[in-house]
Ligand binder design. Structure first.
Ligand code: GLU
Length: 321
C-alpha cells in the first residue's frame, strides 16, 4: 500500500541528491531536442503493484543499457538458458562496457557488456530485425504494463555513433557466432537501447522481476521464475559497468544502469526501484542515482547480503523449526 511516509522518504532522498550537479550527460543527448540534463526522478513499484513517485516522473528517457538486462530475460524466455549460455557467458569482464572482451572460447563475458548485449539481441528469435523488435517491444510493454515505443530521435543519434558497436558485431561475425548480418543486429540493438520509458514504467518493469516474472499491475506472468533468477544474478554481478563490485558492496542489490542516467534496482519479493538523472560519473553511472540508492539501501536496510537469520529452507533441513 502506498503510504505517505514512503512517499516522503523517497522525496527526501531525492532532495538529498539534488545538489550533485557534477558529471556530464552522455553525448547522444546533445542531438535530442527535449534534452533535460538536470531532470531528476525516482519511483518505486512494490509487488502489490503500488507505485510511489518523486520528482520528474513524467519525463521520458531511453532505457539505453538498462535494456540489456530485460533483453537478456526475453532471450532466455524465448530460447532457454542452455542455448543462451552456449553463446554468452555470465562472468564480469572487469573491462569498460564497450571493450571487445571475449572469453578464450569466443563467447562474450556476459550479456550486459556491449559485445554480449549485441549477440543476445541477435539471439532473439524471428530471423529479421523487424520480427526481433516486435517481440522485444511486446515483452518490454508486458513487463511495464504499458505500451512502449522506440524514440526515433534517440535512435538516429545512436546510429550516428555506431562505429564501436559495429566493430564489436563484426568481431562476433568473424567468430562465426552472430546469427544475422552485423549491421542488422546493431541496428536492432540500438533501437532496443532507444526504447523510451518513464521512471514509474521502469519501476514496474523492475517490480515484475521482483515478483518472479509476474507483472504486479496487470497480473500477467511475463517471464518464468528461472529466467528472472538468471537475469537478477547477472544484474547483481555485472549490472553497473566496471563499478559492479563496488555497487554490490555498497548497495547490495541486482541493478542495471544506462548512459541516459536511468537506473533500476530490484529487491526480490519486495519492489522495483528506479532513479533517473542524466549526469554520469566516469564509469557511466548516474551520479545522483548512485547516491540515492546508497542512501535508501542504508535507510531501508535493502542490502541483500547483510547478516540475517538463517534461511527457512536451511533451518528445516537442519531439523529446526
Ligand atoms: N546505446 C549505447 C551503446 O551501446 C548504450 C550505452 C549504455 O547505456 O551504456 O553504445
Amino acid at each position: 500500500m502506498a503510504t505517505p511516509r514512503l512517499r516522503r522518504e523517497l522525496e527526501q532522498a531525492l532532495e538529498n541528491v539534488r545538489h550533485r550537479t557534477e558529471g556530464e550527460a552522455s553525448s547522444y543527448l546533445s542531438d535530442v531536442s527535449d534534452e533535460q540534463v538536470d531532470a531528476l526522478g525516482a519511483a518505486i513499484c512494490d509487488t502489490d503493484g503500488v507505485v510511489t513517485t518523486a520528482g520528474d516522473c513524467d519525463h521520458v528517457f531511453p532505457l539505453q543499457s538498462v535494456s540489456k538486462a530485460f533483453a537478456y530475460a526475453v532471450t532466455l524466455q524465448e530460447i532457454g538458458l542452455e542455448e543462451v549460455l552456449a553463446h554468452v557467458g555470465v562472468e564480469p569482464s572487469g573491462d569498460a562496457f564497450n571493450q571487445p572482451s571475449l572469453r578464450r572460447d569466443g563467447r562474450p563475458f556476459n550479456p550486459l557488456i556491449n559485445a554480449g548485449a549485441i549477440l543476445t539481441h541477435g539471439l532473439i528469435p524471428g530471423g529479421t530485425d523487424g520480427a526481433r523488435e516486435e517481440l522485444l517491444l511486446a515483452t518490454f510493454s508486458a513487463l511495464a504494463g504499458e505500451e512502449l515505443e522506440v524514440d526515433e530521435e534517440v535512435y538516429a543519434a545512436e546510429a550516428e555513433r555506431a562505429d564501436l558497436n559495429l566493430s564489436l558485431a563484426h568481431l562476433l561475425a568473424a567468430e562465426g557466432v552472430l546469427p544475422d548480418d552485423p549491421r542488422e543486429v546493431v541496428r536492432g540493438y540500438l533501437r532496443q537501447c532507444s526504447i523510451n520509458v518513464t521512471a514509474p514504467q521502469l519501476a514496474v518493469m523492475g517490480a515484475t522481476l521482483a515478483g518472479g516474472g509476474v507483472n504486479p499491475r496487470t497480473g500477467d506472468r511475463v517471464l518464468d521464475e528461472g529466467v528472472v533468477t538468471q537475469t537478477l544474478s547477472v544484474m547483481m554481478t555485472c549490472g553497473m559497468y566496471d563499478a559492479s563490485g563496488q555497487w554490490v558492496a555498497e548497495v547490495g542489490l541486482p541493478a542495471k544502469s544506462g548512459v541516459s542516467g536511468a537506473l533500476v534496482g530490484v529487491v526480490p519479493g519486495v519492489m522495483g526501484l528506479t532513479a533517473y538523472s542524466p549526469r554520469l560519473d566516469s564509469q557511466g553511472n548516474s551520479v545522483r542515482g548512485i547516491q540515492l540508492f546508497e542512501e535508501l539501501s542504508e535507510q531501508w536496510d535493502l542490502h541483500l547480503l547483510r547478516h540475517r537469520e538463517p534461511l527457512a529452507g536451511l533451518r528445516e533441513a537442519r531439523g529446526e523449526r
